[in-house]
Design a protein. Sequence first.
Length: 175
Amino acid sequence: MNETVEIRRATAADAETLSKIGWKSFYEAFADHPKNAPEDMKSYMDEAFSLEAISNDLADPDAIYFVAEIEGQMVGYTKLKQNSREDCVSGDKPLELCRLYSLKEYIGKGIGKALMLKSLEFAAENGHDFFWLGVWEFNFRAQDFYRKFGFEKCGEHVFQLGSDPQTDWVFERKI
């Protein structure tokens, strides 16, 4: 069966599903890594993926969410942030890719690619000159994925996972 990935802009009505997918995807991706203490994972996830946090994001005009659906079921999403930058990021009007998540059972089915292409399209249509993101220094699969889309490392920043300050590599690419 050939499953078609549909991408659409998220609405406030999607908050609960986005919260669940974010929580589940983050947990599945990082909970088993020996550097991530369970209490730090829980602390971060309870805050970042709470219904309140996602609802507040969806109400923020600088936060843009796109969802990926297969046969009407949400299977992933991306969160973009306008007016956000790190010192190492180039350009006058960069756009941040904050999250790009897919449910584990859909990894490898083109969800990430479809979300990335939609995000790049949004960046170009809205006059952004650079696209940037932070990716955990130990998330090699994600780093490889971003490099396929032309992202290159331009610096580092701290990602606070609960009480654990971790190193994210900052990647960017010109639009």
